[in-house]
Ligand binder design. Structure first.
Ligand code: WTA
Length: 649
């Protein structure tokens, strides 16, 4: 972020205090903060009561083997029981768990009683396929209820799931299946996107050519498109799950039993398998969900408009909301299908009271115009949430005014796949929100901003965001790579968790997030590593070298811009080389990784030690005057790049 943008941000002086009625009955008050500050561990020990334990934990945090944490280690529980059965036992079986809205307009409401039955049957199906406690199961699904059912079925039998976003390619799926050692995959024939049935199963077939250990594939029929089934390996969900017994007794697992692995981009090429375990994760997600959104499970209708393939879908579409007995909306498709008011129509239809989405969506809606939401009744909304990237003040204010009727608090929640739960956020009943600021650490969470030496900065200063104490939903390690876990998060600053984000404390000490400080980009709230895309590009036979940068983009936050040097044998690459390379990245990683722009260049700017100076490439990608070029090995390179680009057709 440029200094100018930053100073504009920090001179933002609009304040939005909590509405009086919300504040007077809020789940979280100033007293909550005071209590948590006095003794964070005791605070979390108390919040552990939000779940039902098989064996109540007597321990809270065990940090004796830091940075490998254990939370509630002597407790036992079952995640699926907490998300399903216990609500039925409490007499809430008729409450809707999910209002599912398919993109073509089909809808289904699933009660907690129905969800419990489906999860039990799916758990029995996995057992019949020989899945045992501890085995990993891959899930590659569209946004349909079976995706949540599959996750919960895995959790119920203690088989950690790894959900791979449906927009990822066959190769990306294969590498995750292999890294995790999955032997069973759950998928669907396809799903609906942008008015069309798009297929998923062929990508699974393609991936499995590289994964000989996968025994079975369970396939949900969603679109009914022609689907090849491999005899003896592939089974239709409706038949195989359909015939299972409706009874299954959940076993309680130790709190530290692995719940899931979620792959995310780091600053090097290979995605990291973030490992979350059961007890602390459920306590952390359920409590933050209840607190941040001021959730009233009896009356609220909650909607996280995020895909199940990302951590937001795990923590705030599946685990947090279901453990809290929430009624949620699940929407399959894109916001513009069949018209640009689709989200607002859904909110009107289900009387959604809490909406949680990413700034990139808000900026898109702004672009489409405020007359579109104005046609719908959005008066049911009382809290709005934002997640995934910094929300710019204009988007925040537009969201509040045009979606929230100028009355709803906007909670800008900062967290990561690694943190599992909200870490910095306003509280709707306590905080006077500043547009653009994530504000304050969540009660019981300890955050600081430090300089290069790891010393806390003062108010009005910026630096690196760190987490100074363990928290219940924290990642426990990287799957199969303890050392990389230590190196990535705990080695930059002694004893502090390094988040990879820049942040600033304003004059009141409130926190503003400034984006990543490493080679990770944030495109529409999706994390993507520059090196991962560079590797995809150089795997193309015409490419010799590439450098990828994230350039500021009005809608997507950042956009992927690639600079590519072609191999001499490739000549000028041919007229379609840019198109070909964009498609190649899409095939290798997935459509979300397709660069917005590819520039073919003769050379890349490098320092004398051979490091590519991305900062300069970013200047070009953002059409800015070039910054300091004195450290370049060859300072004429930039002129060459610029001249060639401007003279290019
Ligand atoms: C960014 C998504 C500013 C940040 C939950 C972080 C944010 C990365 C915010 C994690 C926010 C997420 N304000 N930046 N409210 N929320 N980020 O793992 O750079 O997909 O490190 O988790 O997104 O992305 P991830």
């Amino acid at each position: 972020m440029s200094d100018e943008t930053l100073s504009n941000l920090l001179s933002e002086d609009r304040r939005f205090p909590p509405p009086a009625d919300l504040a007077s009955s809020a789940n979280v008050t100033q007293a909550t903060y005071d209590e948590a500050a006095a003794d964070p561990e005791a605070f979390w020990a108390k919040q552990a009561g939000i779940v039902t334990w098989g064996t109540e934990p007597t321990q809270t945090l065990d940090w004796s083997n830091a940075p490998f944490a254990k939370w509630f280690a002597d407790g036992t529980l079952n995640a699926a029981y907490n998300a399903c059965d216990r609500h039925v036992e409490a007499g809430n079986g008729d409450r809707v768990a999910f209002h599912f809205e398919g993109e073509p307009g089909d809808s289904r409401s699933i009660t907690y009683a129905e969800l419990t039955t489906e999860v039990k049957k799916a758990a029995n199906a996995l057992l019949e396929l020989g899945v045992k406690t501890g085995d990993r199961v891959a899930i590659y699904m569209p946004m349909i209820p079976e995706a949540a059912i599959a996750m919960l079925a895995c959790a119920r039998i203690g088989a950690p799931h790894t959900v791979v976003f449906g927009g990822f390619s066959a190769d990306a799926l294969a590498s995750r299946i292999t890294d995790c050692g999955c032997e069973v995959v759950i998928t669907a024939d396809g799903g609906y996107r942008k008015g069309k049935a798009s297929s998923l199963k062929p990508a699974v077939d393609q991936a499995l050519k590289q994964c000989p250990d996968v025994r079975n594939v369970l396939v949900v029929k969603r679109t009914g498109q022609d689907t090849e089934m491999t005899e003896g390996r592939d089974l239709w969900w409706a038949d195989f799950v359909g015939k299972q017994a409706q009874e299954h007794t959940p076993e309680n697992f130790p709190a530290e039993h692995p719940l899931y692995i979620m792959y995310t981009s780091g600053s090097t090429g290979k995605p990291k398998g973030i490992l979350h375990t059961t007890g602390g994760y459920l306590v952390g997600t359920a409590y933050t969900h209840w607190a941040t959104f001021d959730l009233k499970p009896d009356s609220d209708v909650f909607w996280t408009a995020a895909d199940i393939g990302w951590v937001t879908g795990h923590s705030y579409l599946v685990y947090g909301p279901l453990v809290n007995g929430t009624t949620s909306v699940m929407y399959e498709g894109t916001p513009e299908t069949p018209h640009q008011g689709r989200w607002w129509e859904i909110i009107q239809k289900y009387k959604v009271s809490i909406l949680y989405c990413a700034p990139t969506a808000i900026r898109t809606f702004m672009k489409w115009g405020s007359d579109i939401p104005a046609k719908f009744d959005l008066s049911s909304l009382r809290v709005l949430g934002s997640v995934g990237e910094p929300i710019n003040p204009e988007a925040y204010v537009w969201y509040r005014e045009n979606i929230g009727g100028d009355k709803t608090p906007v909670v800008d929640t900062w967290w990561q796949t690694e943190t599992g739960m909200h870490m910095i956020t306003p509280m709707p009943g306590v905080t006077s929100g500043k547009p653009g600021a994530a504000m304050t650490p969540f009660p019981g969470v300890s955050i600081d901003v430090v300089n290069d030496e790891g010393q806390p900065v003062g108010n009005g200063e910026g630096g690196y965001l760190v987490i100074t104490k363990p928290w219940p939903a924290m990642l426990r390690t990287l799957w199969g790579d303890d050392q990389r876990y230590v190196d990535t998060y705990w080695s930059r600053f002694q004893g502090l968790y390094f988040a990879g984000d820049g942040a600033k404390k304003d004059s009141d000490g409130d926190l503003w997030l400034l984006g990543r400080v490493d080679d990770v980009m944030n495109v529409s709230g999706h994390r993507m590593s520059t090196t991962e895309i560079e590797s995809a590009l150089v795997s193309h036979p015409k490419v010799a070298e590439s450098a990828v940068v994230g350039a500021t983009d009005d809608t997507t936050g950042q956009a992927i811009v690639a600079f590519v040097i072609l191999r001499s044998e490739a000549g000028d690459g041919g007229p379609d080389v840019v198109k070909e390379l964009r498609q190649h990245v899409s095939n290798e990683i997935g459509p979300i990784a397709r660069p917005r722009q590819i520039m073919i260049v003769e050379e890349l700017p490098k320092t004398r030690s051979g490091k590519i100076m991305r900062r300069l490439l970013r200047d070009i990608a953002e059409n800015r005057e070039l910054g300091d070029v004195t450290t370049l090995q060859d300072s004429t390179v930039m002129d060459l790049i610029k001249t060639n680009l401007t003279s290019a057709p």
